[in-house]
Design a protein around this ligand. Structure first.
Ligand code: PLP
Length: 397
């Protein structure tokens, strides 16, 4: 046991609960981690789908939602699909990832990230995270690739497995941007593609540029607990109109355009987003600026409530970042790990939904034995992260 552990008093669940109560609205029996609210045109647009009969794959809301998403991400093209997970699969294939390739993935992410890699027959290769951004650490990754990488014909191979390292999937964890300039420069140097997993970061900005527009390909999710929801859905955002066309074709059964013939030129998917979902999404996206304000307000209130708490810090933007604060996170200091479980138990028992970070992917039995870097920071973070209730309506103006 080191000196810090012996002298640092442990954070108590009672103290955390008291500070949460000071921020959260009184009188609610149960406060969820993240809930959607429909305060704008949601009902009107969805009703329009029902009234006109355009509830399925054809209809104007999909195009409108795609245009609005592209604008939000500062990219020319967006293609809507049925989930963030399939968006990742398609984006990886569009980036040239093939079966048998390795894809660099942070171990500290939601399981959908490596699952998408696995579903196309590629192999997730887990890398470490950075304490300041919670995203992939560029310095740790650079050192890891120097250690295990072997350059051949402008491509990088994993010396230990013989497989090509084809892509990096950086994740903007809880909405906080990863250090994309450093990661893009590193991947450029090694000839590795970058696909941004921006599923948690709609509305976040990195050096004043929107997340979702920081790599040639990016993916979004509109799952029910994300900042903008369509009920369920996702999108691929790309800088390249030709790639957007290929994605649209491959996610709609690769049907050749013809008024009545059914000719298909590839074994493709039906990953389309129904108009009904896009209608909900468009109305949600119209309210994104208000939701971002509300989330900043909530983060500010938590910052004040936790300011003088010894042994933990509220996660706050890195200097280059402007997070959407999708999920607010309290980061316990090293030495406070034993406090996490009692806090989770007490707060959830009291109706305040808090959550730990995900179990790191390399620790899941389904991903045991996969290639990985030293992932000790990801492991340590996963024992010290407490996500706090983060719905935008919890901080009324
Ligand atoms: C939500 C999420 C996904 C997947 O999105 P779905 O729409 O639920 O399939 C992928 N990666 C991360 C990091 C996510 O948080």
């Amino acid at each position: 046991m080191n000196l810090c552990e012996t002298i640092m008093p442990q954070i108590t669940p009672e103290d955390i609960q008291r500070r949460l109560r000071a921020v959260l609205p009184p009188g609610e029996a149960r406060i969820a981690l993240h809930e959607p609210h429909f305060l704008g045109n949601e009902k009107r647009y969805v009703t329009e789908c029902i009234d006109t009969g355009w509830v399925s794959y054809a209809g104007a809301f999909v195009q409108k939602f795609e245009a609005a998403l592209a604008e939000t991400c500062g990219a020319p093209c967006a293609v809507c699909v049925s989930s963030g997970t399939v968006a990742l699969q398609i984006a990886l294939q569009a980036a040239g990832v093939a079966a048998g390739d390795e894809v660099l993935v942070p171990s500290l992410t939601f399981v959908a990230t490596p699952n998408a890699v696995s579903h196309i027959g590629a192999v997730p290769h887990f890398v470490d995270s950075d304490e300041e951004t919670l995203g992939v650490s560029p310095t740790a990754l650079a050192a890891h690739l120097d250690r295990i990488g072997e350059a051949r014909d402008g491509r990088l191979y994993n010396r230990q497995t013989g497989r090509r390292i084809a892509a990096l999937l950086p994740v903007h964890v809880f909405g906080h941007p990863a250090d994309m300039d450093a990661l893009n420069a590193l991947m450029n140097r090694h000839g590795i593609a970058v696909v941004e997993d921006a599923t948690e970061s709609v509305g976040s900005r990195y050096k004043d540029k929107p997340c979702g527009g920081l790599a040639p390909l990016a993916t979004l999710s509109f799952n029910g607990n994300k900042i903008v929801t369509t009920g369920g859905g996702g999108a691929i955002v790309t800088q390249d109109a030709e790639i957007a066309r290929w994605i649209r074709h491959m996610t709609t059964t690769a049907k050749q355009p013809h008024p009545w013939r059914f000719d298909h030129d590839a074994i493709a998917w039906n990953f389309r987003m129904p108009n009904l979902n896009a209608a909900l999404g468009l109305a949600q996206l119209e309210r994104l600026p208000d939701m971002l304000d509300a989330k900043r307000r909530l983060h500010q209130r938590y910052a004040e409530a936790f300011a003088d708490l010894a042994g933990a810090r509220l996660f706050t933007d890195a200097a280059f970042a402007h997070s959407n604060y999708w999920l607010c996170a309290l980061i316990l200091e090293r030495g406070q790990e034993a406090a996490l479980e009692p806090i989770l138990e007490a707060t959830n028992a009291a109706g305040l939904s808090t959550r730990p970070a995900w179990t790191p992917m390399h620790m899941l039995p389904i991903y045991a034995g996969h290639p990985r870097a030293d992932v000790s920071t990801a492991e340590s973070l996963s024992r010290r992260i407490l996500n706090l209730p983060s719905s935008p309506f919890l901080a009324p103006a």
